[in-house]
Design a protein around this ligand. Sequence first.
Ligand code: DGJ
Length: 744
Amino acid sequence: MSIRFEQKQGILTLLTDQTAYQMQIGPLGYLLHTYYGRRCEGSFAYLHLERDCGFSPNPYELSYARSFSMDNMPQEYSGSNAGDFRLASVLAETEDGIRGADLRYVNHEIRRGKYSLQGLPAAFAAAGDEDAVETLSVTLRDAASGLEAELLYGVYEKQNVITRAVRFRNAGQKKVKLRKAASACLDLPFGEWDSISFHGRHAMERMPDRGPVRNGIQTVSSGRGASSHQHNPFVILCEHDATEDHGECYGLMLCYSGNHRIEIERDQTDSVRAVAGIGGDGFCWKLEPGESLDTPELLMCFTAEGLDALSGTYHRFIRRSLCRSPWSGKKRPVLLNSWEAAYMDINEDRILQLARDAKKLGVEMLVLDDGWFGSRNDDHRALGDWTPNLEKLPHGLDGLIRRVNDEGLKFGLWIEPEMVSENSDLYRAHPDWVLAVPGRKPAIGRSQMVLDLSRDEVADWMYETVARLLRENHIEYIKWDMNRSITDVYSALLPADRQGEVSHRYMLGLYRVMDRLVSEFPQVLFEGCAGGGGRFDAGILAYFPQIWCSDNTDAVARLLIQQGTSYGYPASALGAHVSASPNHQTGRSTPFGTRAAVAMAGTFGYELDPAKLSPEEQAEVTQQIGRFHEVEELVREGDYHRLTGAENNRYTAWQFVSEDRNESLFTLVLTEPEGNPRPLHLRLKGLDPERAYRVVWAEYAGCRYREEMKLPAPISGAALMYGGITVPRIYGDYPSVQALFRAV
Ligand code: DGJ
């Protein structure tokens, strides 16, 4: 049993192999949070001393005792306007103006298996894990409004993950509006913490930002209608001295792709509270009596073993218990995407030529990116008109696909179904289908507007359009793009008092369509994309097993982007391609082999015109693909270790280790070559100390001068991990070394 209830003390404890999480039904039914940390037994209520604290109010019933205040006791799920001045988890308002929520325990239930959420992505119990996952549901109630918050916990005993969500129910007689409906609140009453968040911009996503949690409130949020390039819905709280290999770390990852908000407050007593959930300033959800709303899921993880262990826990969890696609555990085809090869300058001949050239080099799939439909000759038009442009593709999509297949390649297609161009047949037929505020022209992003997916008919049209493409054509891969932030949030069909629901309804509409498509077409490999990594989150990964990581394909920029992404998300989910040099986004030139080594830390493919490569480079592609086939399972299923951190600007190194610790792929890219260089020493990770390893191959790229790797053969895992390796001297512009170790 991973969930225990001790009736006498009113203590509920959630246990995983390495963690314990505890709450107590306290005085007057307040649900107090008593502990989350390393696994240990017993009640932790003793830690939280009641005390009289100035300007911290007491519940009416205890007012003469003065020692119990909602304002300084750790709460499991904070209310509002009822005595706790720290971050609220819920802001509720009844139709007659009652504001706030004073939430008290009603009952709880422990169930086998994992709860699911209405219309939202959520983790599940994978086949074989059914007995190792349990659900706790605790219902709290605000007497004044009748609002109930059912706190849901999924306890993954073996995986050290606890998921959380809240089901709000209006069990009263009056309408209730929720202006804030967080998925979880986590009080850490003791300790000194750093926060690590992942900020960025288009083409430079998920840059780690670490600093101490200071007094006051800090917020990581997106109101862009997507989880965003700017602020990923993932935050780590860790001890000040936590490193990759030691220290307590908490992970808070929202399984949601829309507006989000993760707030962290350090209060008057230095206690820290994190509250995470749906964001967006305009959020307001109306619950009629009897109605309910599920919040997005939060994936929570604790480890005392540092950031490497935290990342590994998320990687394994996402692959096993979140990604439903059968592709999650399967080898993905090595693809060539037409975007950076040809942009919109495409036609059947050009695509077929790309396919032929790619096939010769060992590529397995040709992906036709933007520009194939309607009058799409530039990005000012035609989104929404998802029929092939017959001037470019005279034999239609079907004819092209057959020809590509005849060349021995699979075929994949780019779409951007959530969007519409003003200059399109779809917009001319349905101008009211876009999000737009009456009396105001909507803001334009990349010359396009956003379809109102909060409307069932629009979502149904979107499903039908994509389903028809998949039914009528032999498409084996879809790149699902989304190229602008969402503005002018107003839906033509909803009444005034439901307009605050539009952004979340948009997400529900999108998830419904994705769910239908991946269920109906499980054989199709879907890749998410939003101008690169603008919607790189656990919500998308519940449906699509991989996401195009960034529109920046520069290998050196990718070192930062992919490493930032790796804190939360597995390499199996990370779309990465080899592109041309000089790079189209940065103008930087990098060695071909280094570009391949970097792309091999993801799903691997190409995004260039093979005909523009020299014969030597073409031969190199074949070798790169050969190497990738050798390591792809290791990359997809193995444990990923960062060997360098943000503090190192000389080189970036990482390592994949197979689950059985039989194989490991080591990669290092030198970003800042030095004159008279200092030795470059690293300790490998994750190997079996008792076993001996041998270097199967070592591949150097971009070296103007290099020395050979000198390692005893065989060499013990202990030596590689504790003594480490001294990387031989390599000189050049962004040279790299990759080495495959195998146990003998
Ligand atoms: C943005 C994507 O991230 C690119 O890879 C490409 O598909 C373009 N959109 C096409 O418009």
